[in-house]
Design a protein around this ligand. Structure first.
Ligand code: FAD
Length: 225
């Protein structure tokens, strides 16, 4: 925790996860200097806690951090398999560890202040935004606040399903996977009574792949489920 509150900065990042890490990396990449930055998060994200996979055009700033990317995907159903080219897009895998490392490096260079406490309400007086803790104490005053705390949708959708997933990193003792092709998705899994399930395979080379089972449905599944 910083010694004297409230901390006065130009930019406060409330929530220091994936979104804030990318903002920090971008500030650093654009050689921003002299900007006073604070990151407010009770958790200091480090290491490998998740793997992001996403669509995009090749050649963006995240390219050097990617674990893998695929130019083709296999869609598999009980009726057969189709191999689909993705050009000009690609599907890519980004592990959290290099993203958090990159953000930590940016924080050091920007000399950002870490506030290791949960944020509560934000108060915007039109000039400055005050970030308070859950008991109403002022933590930070900032010109700009980017708030990336997770929040529930403001109103429920007509259909609300929960996503469950479980993944394994598989290592094969001989070439088994095609690193150019991801399996996205394989619907030959047993289908739930309500919802949908599928598997996918994301190879990072010909012997090593992330294999995941995903199930969407209205009920919360336990381990046995
Ligand atoms: C295992 C896993 C795999 C995923 N895979 C994908 C994927 O492939 N593609 C995809 O798009 N998404 C994926 N997601 C969803 C993922 O949550 C988001 O993509 C991404 O992490 C969102 O970034 P974020 O910054 O919004 O949230 P987060 O990275 O979750 O960051 C939110 C931050 O807010 C902090 N916070 C919470 N409450 C407070 C508070 N009161 N005060 C201050 N800070 C607070 C948390 O500690 C956290 O650090 C995955 C999630 C998980 C768990």
């Amino acid at each position: 925790m910083h010694a004297s509150f409230p901390v006065d900065v130009d930019l406060a990042l409330v929530g220091g996860g994936g979104a804030a890490s990318l903002v920090l990396a971008a500030l650093d990449r654009h050689d921003v200097t002299g900007l006073r930055v604070a990151v407010v998060d009770p958790v200091h994200k480090r290491g490998q806690d998740r793997t992001w996979a996403f669509w995009g055009l090749p050649g963006d700033d995240l390219d050097p951090l990617l674990s893998a990317s695929w130019s083709q995907v296999d869609v598999v159903t009980p009726a057969g398999r189709r191999v689909l080219p993705l050009d000009p897009l690609r599907y890519a895998m980004l592990r959290s560890a290099p993203v958090y490392d990159r953000a930590a490096e940016a924080e050091r260079r920007l000399d950002a202040v870490r506030v290791g406490a949960p944020a509560g309400e934000l108060h915007d007086d039109g000039e400055r935004v005050t970030v308070r803790d859950p008991d109403g104490r002022d933590l930070v005053r900032a010109g700009w606040v980017l708030d990336s705390r997770p929040r529930r949708p403001s109103r429920p959708g007509r259909t609300s399903w929960l996503q469950h997933f479980r993944g394994w990193w598989l290592a094969a003792d001989r070439p088994t996977f095609d690193p150019q092709r991801a399996v996205l998705m394989d619907f030959r899994t047993p289908q739930p009574r309500r919802g949908v399930s599928f598997g996918y395979v994301l190879p990072v080379d010909d012997r090593f792949a992330l294999v995941e089972y995903t199930e969407f449905g209205p009920e919360l599944l336990d381990d046995a489920g």
